[in-house]
Design a protein around this ligand. Structure first.
Ligand code: ZN
Length: 447
């Protein structure tokens, strides 16, 4: 598979694209996805206004149905066409592909294909919501703005929504979240979104996402070049909102609750300084030795709140948490870790279908030692340099009951790509894990 595209003259104003897919015996759905992403990007460059894919001619893929292949094809063709333009003086109309058509051979394929198309459209809409939020700069999306956006989405799709302001956070004892917000002039927010509220017979899934609208590092200030893209540090919260939107639109038979702890992380005369000790929502005290390890602080309070008040069947958290994850996996996929091996295996399998990659990292007990503080219950960074992603995950784990199945997604590399080398998306926000986790919830074994 050489990823070459040949264009051949067909009729005036019509081109046919031929894409080499390799040996039929080695055909995987992911290869079709990659080929169509290339085709779409190429058509975009050529400013071709419409694209038609004859799906039946490509044959079968592993055990996937026409519905699934259509969904994959539409996502692959449409997701790469995304452009973020609200801040351009002249918001040029999309000069590239405007319509995508999928052609099939039989009436049966058409019925199935339409279902796949509808699902792909929902997925693409939620991905674009997430990409727009993550790409929006901090001066246009501060904590109250993101909370308002979440309220708007909730209203539109029928989710129950609750927003805590500083007053409620103080009353509830969100000491770690408030410590991160302490240096800021902008108040924090904590958003709770609920689907199928009050339906006790359903399994409860809690989704928690890190919402740092801008991360300067706080008093442990980041160097300038590491700060450039830190508007993306709320990608976890945006991911939760995107998944919640999809869950509501599909009306899944699950009780799903999304949590978005939101603040920026700024240095100032009143900011938390290294060495400060704070009391978390759960009661455990934290010695904050590096104010740039702030994501795990706001998540500590958020996961503890979710766990204690909602007793989830499964708790998942999403965060652009560690640079170590970017070192380990680059921008191609997310690191996952947790205590629910069966669900993580399912996610890995679904990542082959969605092309939304995850790779499991360990939670070895050796690392936990490093999170112990001499004078508090925990320190927010390890004592050594290695295994930063695992230690970040294990810090969050300290705030969840050992009885609650839990999975942590470190999307530090995959949520926002700085170079256009990634084949799947244009540079910037990617909505990593949104399609994967939505697919996972759709496939949840409902009783
Ligand atoms: Zn940070």
């Amino acid at each position: 598979f050489k990823q070459e595209i040949f264009l051949r003259y067909a009729r005036p104003n019509q081109n046919i694209q031929f894409i080499g897919l390799g040996k039929k015996s080695e055909m995987k759905l992911n290869r079709l996805r990659e080929a169509l992403i290339l085709a779409s990007a190429h058509a975009g460059r050529l400013k071709v206004p419409s694209l038609t894919l004859h799906l039946s001619s490509v044959g079968s893929f592993e055990d996937y149905t026409v519905k699934e292949v259509t969904q994959a094809a539409v996502e692959s063709l449409v997701l790469p066409l995304y452009k973020f333009t609200p801040f351009k003086k002249e918001a040029k109309e999309n000069s590239g592909v405007k319509t995508v058509t999928v052609a099939v051979d039989t009436a049966e394929e058409l019925t199935e294909g339409k279902k796949g198309l509808e699902k792909a459209k929902l997925f693409i809409d939620s991905c674009n919501l997430v990409r727009n939020l993550v790409n929006t700069p901090h001066n246009a999306l501060k904590a109250p703005d993101l909370a308002n956006m979440a309220q708007d989405v909730a209203k539109k799709v029928g989710l129950k929504v609750t927003v805590f302001t500083e007053k409620e956070l103080q009353k509830e004892g969100f000491g770690a979240l408030l410590a991160v917000n302490q240096g800021s002039d902008i108040p924090p927010r904590f958003v709770i979104l609920e689907h199928n509220s009050g339906k006790k017979e359903l399994d409860t899934i809690c989704l928690v996402g890190k919402g740092i609208t801008f991360d300067s590092g706080g008093i442990s200030l980041k160097p300038a070049d590491s700060m450039e893209t830190m508007k993306d540090d709320m990608a976890g919260a945006a991911t939760v909102l995107g998944i919640m939107e999809m869950v509501a639109k599909l009306n899944l038979p699950l009780h799903v609750v999304g949590f978005m702890p939101i603040t920026n992380n700024m240095p100032s005369g009143k900011a938390t300084v290294p060495g400060d000790i704070v009391k978390s929502y759960l009661g455990k005290t934290i010695e904050i030795l590096n104010t740039d390890a702030e994501g795990r602080l706001i998540l500590a309070d958020a996961v503890a709140y979710a766990d204690k008040n909602y007793k989830p069947t499964l708790l998942m958290d999403f965060a652009t948490l560690t640079g170590a994850c970017v070192i380990a996996l680059g921008e191609a996929g997310a690191g996952i870790m947790g205590t629910d091996q069966a669900s993580m295996d399912k996610l890995k399998k679904l990542s082959c279908f969605t092309g939304d990659k995850v790779w499991q990292l360990p939670l070895w007990e050796e690392y936990r030692e490093e999170l112990k503080s001499d004078i508090a219950d925990l320190r927010n960074i390890g004592t050594g340099r290695g295994a930063g992603s695992s230690k970040g995950g294990m810090f969050i784990q300290e705030f969840i009951s050992s009885k609650t199945p839990w999975i942590h997604f470190d999307i530090a590399g995959s949520a926002f790509i700085s170079k256009p080398t990634h084949r799947y998306y244009p540079k910037g926000a990617t909505a990593a894990c949104v399609r994967l986790v939505s697919e996972f919830l759709i496939n949840w074994p409902h009783h």
